[in-house]
Design a protein around this ligand. Structure first.
Ligand code: SF4
Ligand code: SF4
Length: 96
């Protein structure tokens, strides 16, 4: 499942979770504005092994026709997916 935005941001103290971690999928804003490089997936090289999907700390890689794709609205450009891909299917490119 792709990340999604909740319909409503927390507005009162009681609505903000006690722990530092929100439940999975709890994204209240698009957060890609700080990214200066972005992962680009070479579909020809991608084997669909899903290692990048499993290791992406933000859960923004999703399954797509037996391969993977990145939701750029939420990717922060950390490059972990590139490092974990043993098929060299991901390159980090400068944000335009
Ligand atoms: S780790 Fe590489 S080969 Fe595996 S799904 Fe991700 S991009 Fe494709
Ligand atoms: S650069 Fe980081 S946040 Fe973006 S898809 Fe790769 S692992 Fe996920």
């Amino acid at each position: 499942m792709k990340p999604f935005l909740r319909n409503k941001n927390p507005v009162t103290y009681e609505e903000i979770p006690e722990a530092t971690a929100y439940e999975a999928g709890y994204l209240v804003t698009k957060n890609a504005g700080w990214r200066n490089i972005r992962p680009v997936i070479d579909i020809e090289k991608c084997k669909g092994c899903l290692q990048c999907y499993l290791y992406c700390p933000d859960g923004v890689i999703y399954k797509n026709d037996g391969k993977v794709a990145v939701d750029y609205d939420f990717c922060k450009g950390c490059g972990i997916c590139k490092k974990i891909c043993r098929f060299s299917a991901i390159t980090m490119e400068e944000e335009k």
